[in-house]
Design a protein around this ligand. Sequence first.
Ligand code: FPP
Length: 255
Amino acid sequence: MSVSPDRNLHAPAADETGAKMPRHVAFIMDGNGRWATARGLPRTEGHRQGLAALRKVIRHAGRVGIETITIYSFSSENWNRPQAEVSFLMGLLRRFVQRDLSELHEANVRIRIIGGRSDLEPGILALLKEAEDLTRHNTGLNLVVAFNYGARSEIVRAAQELAAKVQAGDMQPAEITEDAITAALDTSGLPDPDLIIRTSGEMRLSNFLLWQAAYSEFYFCDLYWPDFDEAAFDKALSCFCSRERRYGGLDAKAN
Ligand code: FPP
């Protein structure tokens, strides 16, 4: 996989018309199972093709100068799927780290994992840590992998951390501000997603980045995730570029 390693992170990202590009795009990669079922294939084949689509998206994000992408790779609710499918997804994650990690590292991609870690199997935990440790000092595309992730539980963990500080006398209740909560989340230090893309026609957030999505733009498309490619990504980006973001204020024309 090649992602341009020498991208200048400080250059303002804009499309050819000068419209502002998103710094951070998050993906809910939905529809792998339906993609496979529609072809008479086992659901696992949908996940395999989903990984191929993910590789395309990572490459393209690097090419067009996006700073951060977050992928919802496995939710805390996905453990409720049949054991065989969960095992397959774990195997896919293992393959992704084993096969793609060195290439991603060479391409200067920095990998960051978000999600609960305390109840993860040691083998999986070691794999995630290896990916983070190897790429920690890279300065290119940030690839944030949401694994065993659920936004409500992320917020609960952050609240518990802050409450423990207050209890220890290291913090005053009034110091629990929006910034303090933001800094206690798994995504600490990352920009909020400008754009959240969900494939497969479903239009919901499914416990993904609830706090961080306060001002995100949403883009829903009917393609199943394995069919999401560079052209579909470009379409989502140009839709984003055509939107006016007001953050609760008025648009520029009204001023
Ligand atoms: C949702 O489709 C997809 C997932 C639960 C898993 C996403 C995983 C990948 C794209 C594989 C690559 C990622 C890594 C890093 C392992 P679904 O199964 O819910 O589809 P359905 O709604 O059609 O059943």
